[in-house]
Design a protein around this ligand. Structure first.
Ligand code: GRF
Length: 199
């Protein structure tokens, strides 16, 4: 299966996929990496792996719809079977979801539907939960609202700060994301009764 990964930051989740997808037994290859900003470690990781990387910046487009169309075209050029949003911090618009709907997954550092949005780790910590976790879900038009594919709880330790808890979550996210991608590439997934399979 051909995967395009979307990133916005350090790209450690991307790196986990690159490390696995480079192995002969892994049923998927990362064919390109897309970002919403140019100078980020996630792009550098792709370049080091010799994989095409592109940045589609909102600031370079007259409006959000034009950005959405440009991102859709840039991703479509690589003919992905699956799009993986791994720390991508923009909402994917209608043009993107029309083109790739049902084949876009996202990883979120909380047990959705708890703590959606861009500050999930801080919000969980502030709420005083004893457990938070990692969620991999299908992307729909909402914010972190699509059908859940996989989840794993992560304990909160006394004295945790956001960075420490987020690192503990990301260690789980990396493993869960690789498992879900391998599963989807091998036999597809049934989510909410719907078969999500990729060639
Ligand atoms: C991950 O925890 C992801 O769930 C969240 O941002 C983090 C991205 O980390 N949206 P990285 O850029 O892959 O290191």
């Amino acid at each position: 299966a051909r995967i395009v990964v979307l990133v916005s930051g350090t790209g450690t989740l991307l790196q986990a996929l690159l490390d696995e997808a480079g192995q002969p037994h892994f049923p998927a290859r990362v064919v390109a990496v897309g970002a919403d900003r140019a100078k980020i470690e996630g792009i550098a990781r792709a370049e080091r792996a010799g994989i095409p990387a592109f940045a589609v910046r909102v600031a370079d487009h007259p409006d959000r719809a034009a950005w959405d169309a440009a991102l859709t075209a840039a991703v479509a050029a690589h003919e992905p079977d699956l799009v993986v949003s791994a720390g991508f911090m923009k909402i994917l618009g209608p043009a993107f979801l029309d083109r790739f709907g049902g084949r876009v997954i996202n990883t979120h550092p909380a047990l959705l539907p708890s703590f959606p949005g861009a500050h999930a780790v801080a919000d969980a910590l502030a709420h005083g939960v004893r457990y938070t976790g990692s969620t991999v879900h299908l992307v729909d038009g909402g914010v972190d609202t699509g059908p859940i594919i996989a989840q794993e709880p992560v304990p909160v330790h006394a004295g945790d700060d956001e960075a420490g808890l987020h690192e503990r979550i990301k260690a789980v996210e990396r493993r869960l994301l690789v498992e879900v991608v391998a599963g989807m590439a091998r036999q597809g997934y049934t989510v909410d009764g719907r078969k999500v399979s990729i060639p």
